[in-house]
Design a protein around this ligand. Structure first.
Ligand SMILES: C[S@@+](CC[C@H](N)C(=O)[O-])C[C@H]1O[C@@H](n2cnc3c(N)ncnc32)[C@H](O)[C@@H]1O
Length: 266
């Protein structure tokens, strides 16, 4: 235990990587798991319950995990897997700090008797109360009169503070355009079938971690989390079971890490 190297992708089941980590080791976790067998990632499977237990163990007190997930539609209905996973995390001791939404401005259109699927969940789960919160802000309209809502002891909504402010926290629905050339400018990343946008990772890393913190992605795929964490001066570790995807991630990261190329997140 605890001979784990930082800033490296481990080509193995994330359960094995986490075995080498002591309790309360990482500051922040962000990941998008292989859900509902929507895609067959080179045939690998995923032991959700044991992985969930390990994720709780290795996260520091006050640490946050962003779990990006959606449901498959089977026989015309959604599976509900996302909710089941969130409830399972609560049963393990995580707090469901916030159910955030990853809204896709330009999703794949769908047929059938349902509206287009525009979002995935970003379950924001914490171990205790989050110790870091660097909120993303936006300008207030009219140089800002902001009502701060609060719930009183009996749960009644009261308006207890009125402040003038130029900036306010953004809402918990985050909007991203996705797809070729947009989620990332790294062409090679699209050899992986399910990347998440670099901006999504950037926004969550900014919010829940500080420079020098350790970020873990147990399903790192094409290496998006590694790239963004590296460019944001965080330490990082990734696990990826498929050799093919690790090779894609390493080729993608070569410029950013080995050559220490200055770059920005697209
Ligand atoms: C949704 S993808 C993640 C994509 C990633 N967010 C990106 O931007 O490239 C999930 C990944 O988990 C990997 N995977 C599946 N089971 C795994 C396991 N037990 N341990 C580690 N990786 C696993 C799959 O091979 C796949 O690349």
């Amino acid at each position: 235990m605890n001979n784990i190297e930082l800033n490296k992708i481990y080509n193995e089941d994330c359960l094995l990587t986490m075995k080498s980590m002591p309790n309360s080791f990482v500051d922040f976790i962000i990941t998008s798991p292989p859900y509902d067998d929507i895609r067959n990632y080179n045939g690998y499977t995923f032991d959700f319950e044991n992985i969930a237990k390990e994720l709780f163990r290795i996260l520091k007190e006050g640490g946050v995990m962003i779990w990006v997930v959606g449901d498959a539609t089977i026989n015309g209905s959604e599976t509900g897997t996302s909710f089941k996973q969130a409830l399972h995390f609560i049963n393990l001791g995580f707090r469901l700090h916030d159910t955030m939404i990853y809204y896709k401005n330009n999703p794949m259109p769908q047929t059938g008797n349902r509206y287009h699927q525009h979002f995935e969940y970003m379950f924001c789960l914490s171990k205790g109360n989050p110790k870091v919160f660097n909120p993303i802000t936006e300008p207030t309209k009219y140089n800002g009169l902001a009502n701060m809502k609060n719930r009183g002891k009996e749960g009644v909504l009261i308006y207890d503070k009125v402040e003038r402010t130029k900036e306010k926290k953004v809402g918990n629905v985050f909007f991203y355009s996705v797809g070729g050339g947009i989620s990332t400018k790294d062409k090679i990343a699209y050899k992986h079938p399910a990347i998440f946008p670099e901006k999504l990772v950037r926004d969550q890393i900014i919010t829940w971690s500080n420079e020098g913190d350790l970020v873990y992605d147990p399903f790192i795929g094409s290496g998006t989390t590694a790239k963004v964490a590296q460019l944001m001066n965080r330490e990082w570790i990734g696990s990826e079971i498929s050799k093919e995807y690790v090779e894609i991630a390493e080729a993608r990261l070569e410029n950013y890490i080995l050559n220490d190329l200055f770059n920005t997140i697209d």
